[in-house]
Design a protein around this ligand. Structure first.
Ligand code: ADP
Ligand code: ZN
Length: 529
């Protein structure tokens, strides 16, 4: 039963206005809502902030019965239910974090037909008591939020989502709407088959966020580069800085604070009260910068975030897109800036190698990383690459770094051969493996203590790469790693060849290696060569 007086005849637009206080639907919301109200299944792909919630909330209010929302974000259920209650919607949730008496009260309200929306954690649906409860009440629809979690191929797989095919088997006549902000064509396929949504209509929103300017810079001194960006382009602006580790979150927040930026840290290791306070400041005050792990941002709805910065490489384009998508929701110009360097590639490859899970899982992680690296190394429009990842075609955008200052590229075949042969020599002549630092010292002909200790100055390749500077050799190594022409191994990140390396090293018609020049190089700045 709907929360309003006029009864079920009310159409969707009425509910939108009376309950939610919005004048009109946005984008494809109207189509989606009408389709679901009519009893159809739907698969909705809409970027974060696009307005997915209304797509199932409005139909739940219009159709008789309770809309069951499956969501993995248990921590957000209370907030979501509170926000709905505020609007006069009768909502509740069932999850494991709840007191038994709260649970019983919610169950009774559901059975009495007094709930418009009921939020459930996916693992609950597996249990017979929950299924039995649902059988005894009246269900208006099933909404499956964060539906990409069902895809093993996706970046955020959750096994408990696999159980959700029971929805269709047990309640075949109840319409289902699956929603996600991140789905490549391949993930979309997987969602369809695993949730038995093959008959569902697909609603794919435009994923472009034209007001976001995407920029990926070569990492030198990331914190200083960031400070520079904030001072010159975003003074007094609110923004989010993402870091991989909690320690780096704290260090970066301190560094920024020490340099006059109003920055606060946020990560799961902080006290809940500290986290709440920092989040509150970010939401309520102007110009607060949050330095955070990816734990921050889910359910955060702040329209005037002017920049999102990544000081470490995200693990996938999906993650990158979701995080950068928190910038500029008000449609005004915003910056997505990232510093990316050799160490990121080495670190992430190492993390994958030492990750739990089987070989197939590691292959998935590698494919996600490779797609991310391709975005970093591209000489084409970043946006074209990004949108193509989500199956959307577009033309050069004019609002990303590669469009605004097209990167130069150079023929790095000889440089690649020198670097790869150094790896080969060490292996064949000495049976040794080393990390990038030592390889670069050998190439540049530097007689460091470590070079002397291992008598690397006696190698024939010693000093063959004097024409390039340290930074340039690291750039070459990074791009070879990104392209899979070189690999890292073991806990020290030693360099080893890959199956493709020989294509570059062969005498006859070696594979050409085009390398991206770093901005400072094309700007005529530092470095030799
Ligand atoms: P998503 O779940 O796709 O990330 P939300 O459902 O949280 O997005 O909606 C994002 C924001 O947009 C919310 O503040 C929501 O109230 C607002 N919103 C959604 N639809 C409309 C609309 N038709 N008119 C005005 N605001 C809307
Ligand atoms: Zn572009």
């Amino acid at each position: 039963a709907p929360a309003i007086d006029e009864g079920p005849a009310d159409d969707a637009r009425d509910v939108l206005r009376r309950v939610f206080g919005y004048e009109d639907f946005r984008g494809r919301q109207r189509e989606i809502v009408e389709h679901v109200i009519g009893g159809g299944d739907a698969l909705v792909l809409m970027p974060t902030g696009g307005g997915k919630s209304l797509c199932y909330q409005v139909p739940s209010l219009v159709r008789p019965g309770t809309g069951i929302v499956v969501s993995p974000l248990i921590a957000l259920m209370q907030d979501q239910v509170d926000a709905l209650t505020e609007l006069g919607v009768r909502a509740g949730f069932l999850n494991s974090a709840q007191q038994p008496h709260e649970r019983r009260a919610t169950e009774e309200a559901f059975l009495a037909g007094e709930l418009d929306l009921l939020y459930l954690a996916p693992e609950r649906l597996r249990t017979e008591p929950t299924a039995d409860l649902l059988d005894r009440g009246r269900i208006s629809l099933f909404a499956i939020d964060e539906a990409h979690c069902v895809a093993q191929w996706g970046h955020d797989f959750r096994p408990e989502y696999l159980q959700l095919s029971v929805l269709h088997e047990r309640w075949p006549s109840v319409p289902r709407i699956a929603l996600t902000a991140t789905a490549t064509p391949r993930t979309r396929e997987e969602i369809s088959t695993r949730l038995e949504l093959t008959g569902a209509r697909h609603f794919v929103a435009d994923f472009d966020r034209p007001n976001i300017r995407y920029r990926i810079a070569a990492k030198a001194e990331p914190r200083k580069q960031l400070l520079d960006l904030l001072r010159t382009e975003h003074p007094g602006d609110a923004g989010i800085v993402y870091r991989l580790s909690r320690a780096d979150v704290e260090r970066t927040a301190e560094f920024l604070s020490g340099n006059g930026i109003d920055a606060v840290p946020y990560h799961a290791g902080l006290d809940a009260s500290v986290r709440a306070r920092h989040q509150e400041r970010f939401l309520r005050e102007d110009g607060v910068v949050v330095v955070a792990t990816i734990a921050f941002g889910m359910g955060i709805d702040k329209p005037d975030v002017r920049f999102v910065a990544h000081l470490d490489l995200p693990k996938s384009i999906e993650g990158y897109y979701q995080e950068t998508g928190r910038a500029g929701r008000d449609g005004l110009p915003a910056t997505a800036w990232m510093a990316y360097g050799l160490q990121d590639v080495v670190q992430q490859r190492k993390m994958i190698q030492s990750s739990d899970g089987d070989e197939a899982h590691r292959r998935t992680l590698t494919a996600h990383l490779d797609a991310m690296l391709a975005l970093c190394e591209t000489v084409d429009c970043r946006r074209v690459r990004l949108l193509a990842h989500f199956g959307q075609e577009s033309g050069p955008c004019g609002n990303c770094d590669t469009c605004l200052t097209p990167p130069e590229s150079w023929d790095g075949t000889v440089a690649a051969q020198k670097l790869l042969s150094t790896v080969v020599r060490l292996d064949r002549e000495r049976n040794q493996k080393f990390g990038t630092g030592q390889i670069v010292d050998i190439l540049r002909g530097k007689r460091t203590a470590k070079v002397e200790q291992f008598r690397h100055h006696e190698l024939s390749v010693f000093g063959v790469g004097a024409e390039l500077g340290d930074a340039e050799w690291r750039t070459v190594a990074r791009q070879l790693l990104a392209a899979g022409l070189l690999a890292v191994e073991g806990e020290y990140g030693t360099l080893v060849l890959t199956a493709s390396s020989s294509e570059v090293l062969r005498r006859e018609e070696p594979r050409t290696v085009r390398l991206r020049s770093e901005p400072q190089r094309s700007a005529g700045g530092s470095g030799a060569g």
